[in-house]
Design a protein around this ligand. Structure first.
Ligand code: GLY
Length: 557
């Protein structure tokens, strides 16, 4: 059997993935995929070589990541897809998870009104109704060109026959053994001491993917897979019901747009806070000459920090699922509001987050993953998808083989109590049946003169927004090439906690001293957020880069 599998893998790698002789430093004409996993990127390229467009490739990559990147790639979670079509249209698909019909505002509180530790982050109650399958298939049917069976075949083969895991996947799987041990269904597939090169076979997941391939979304939201989800919920007091699964719909939504120094920014609107916050921050920073201050300078860091402080304060109050709460999108993305909120900032002293309140507007250890794809015809796709934490709720649905998300933690369990990313929120983002929890995912496309200039996005919980911001300003303001723009150290501030979270190497000793003198608190932070970015030159050729912080790969042809 082992020999058969090895023969299959050798055959598979040489037939499905012809020798990859691309160099990361070059620009390519025909297509580019940057994702968190090399196998997934190869699949995206293969789909485009077969004549598929960027949307076909993004759907194949999405399903493949559910197999090869189980810590965040998923069919048990949700995501957002931002699309720029070569005819100039922009659109986005929202397949964010929803709160189950039986959920309620105080479901994570004890009888004294205190948040019960771990309930919103682990196990059955932490899961929202998954949206990924509906969302990916919606994108394929409306904007793709290939058959469902064609794009799913790669993921099915990888799940059925297995793939050799990388050192990084072995490490992350081993780190989570303790948390997996609560769930026999998870242990059955993922419970062991993993070594790089071990074969990860996921038969149940292969069966689920085959049902999706054969029957479309119905193969997931009804029938065998729905039975398995509901059985699991009934056994352990989870809330997701047949009705939840039947009612789940992905939604096509207008993108949010802005401009920055002559570039057009296209990003994801609510229920993500990402696009609005990014545009709001860029509107603030447009008033400053960051290029003159220079990357890593005390002045650039001060001004960016103060912008972040203001934006995250407003995020906590004014952003939520727009189907449930009137998010003032136009105000928050307007240049005028950014000017008003950032008036009179002198960068010689730190403000204090207690001084900054959300604006008064009349009536919005993570794991998530991002991929960017462009095809030869100028179609661009920017997708961020998540099950929230690494391996989501840690629960694999018995018999269906996929991790359920723990996205319920992105709601506000109780105003004033931070979620797992330390983010605060208000009543606007409280739990309500069928509501989508607020996200920070920021899949973004930047255009210049109407043509693609950059596709960017990242995992990173609350830090996604500032990581995406820095990928853009590193190029536009600091003149970096794509590799530096992605790999250079970053920092983050999110209003509360009132501290600059600085990656190793971000602050020189002089700058650190100067920032402390100005009154900033600094918290040294491990590397976070792994960008996958594509940039275009004036001829429309593409170059991709997958962040040094992750273990993904950008591949072009
Ligand atoms: N689960 C992380 C986010 O959506 O922001």
């Amino acid at each position: 059997m082992k020999i058969l599998i090895s023969v299959f893998l050798i055959f598979y790698s040489f037939t499905i993935f012809p020798i990859n002789c691309v160099a990361q430093n070059n620009f390519y004409k025909n297509g580019m995929v940057s994702s968190a996993d090399e196998i997934a990127s190869e699949i995206g390229i293969e789909v485009m070589k077969k004549g598929g467009n960027a949307i076909d490739a993004s759907v194949a990559v999405g399903f493949a990541l559910a197999v090869v990147y189980p810590q965040a790639g998923n069919i048990g979670g949700g995501g957002f897809m931002v699309i720029h079509l070569n005819d100039g249209r922009n659109t986005s698909i929202d397949y964010r998870e929803k709160a189950p019909l039986l959920s309620h505002r105080d479901m994570f509180l004890d009888k004294n009104g205190n948040v019960i530790d771990g309930l919103s982050t682990t196990g059955h109650l932490s899961g929202g109704v998954p949206g990924s399958v509906k969302g990916l298939l919606f994108a394929l049917e409306k904007y793709g060109t290939m058959k469902r069976e064609e794009v799913l075949t790669y993921a099915i083969n990888l799940a059925e026959n297995g793939f050799e895991i990388s050192p990084r996947l072995a490490k992350v799987l081993n780190e989570y053994q303790n948390q997996f041990s609560k769930f026999p269904s998870t242990m059955k597939i993922f419970g062991k001491n993993w070594k790089a090169g071990d074969l990860l076979i996921q038969k149940d997941l292969a069966n689920t993917l085959r049902l999706i391939s054969n029957y479309g979304a119905e193969g997931f939201y009804t029938g065998y897979v729905a039975d398995k989800i509901v059985e699991e919920m009934k056994l352990y007091d989870g809330l997701i019901s047949y009705e939840d699964l039947l009612k789940y719909e992905a939604k096509e939504r207008a993108v949010v747009t802005g401009t920055y120094k002559g570039y057009e920014i296209i990003s994801m609107g609510p229920p993500s806070s990402g696009g609005i916050s990014l545009i709001y921050l860029l509107n603030i920073l447009e008033q400053e000459n960051l290029g003159k201050y220079g990357y890593g300078s005390a002045d650039a860091i001060s001004v960016m920090t103060e912008g972040m402080r203001v934006v995250y304060a407003d995020r906590s109050e004014h952003m939520a699922d727009i189907d449930f709460y009137e998010v003032p999108v136009n105000v928050l993305t307007s240049k005028e509001y950014a000017r008003k909120r950032f008036d009179n900032f002198g960068n010689d002293r730190a403000r204090n987050s207690d001084e900054i309140k959300p604006g008064n507007i009349a009536k919005e250890k993570e794991n998530t993953t991002h991929y960017s794809i462009a095809d030869k015809d100028g179609n661009c796709v920017s997708v961020t998808t998540t099950i929230n934490d690494n391996f989501g709720s840690k629960l694999v649905i018995e018999g269906a083989g996929f991790f359920l998300n723990n996205e319920m933690d992105d709601f506000v369990s109780k105003p004033g109590v931070p979620n797992m990313f330390g983010l605060l929120g208000s009543e606007a983002n409280s739990i309500s049946p069928e509501k989508r929890m607020l996200s920070s995912m920021t899949p973004t496309i930047v255009l210049k003169d109407g043509k693609p200039f950059m596709i960017t996005g990242s995992p990173g919980g609350g830090r996604i927004i500032t990581a995406v911001l820095m990928s853009i300003i590193n190029v536009i303001d600091f003149g970096m090439n794509i590799v530096d723009a992605v790999d250079k150290p970053r920092f983050h501030h999110q209003w509360y906690p009132d501290e600059i979270q600085a990656e190793n190497g971000m602050l020189s000793e002089t700058v650190r001293k100067e920032l402390v003198k100005r009154g900033y608190k600094i918290n040294d932070f491990r590397d976070y957020a792994s960008l996958d970015v594509i940039i275009f030159n004036d001829n429309g050729e593409m170059r991709g880069h997958s962040d040094r912080r992750g273990y993904g790969k950008a591949i072009g042809y």
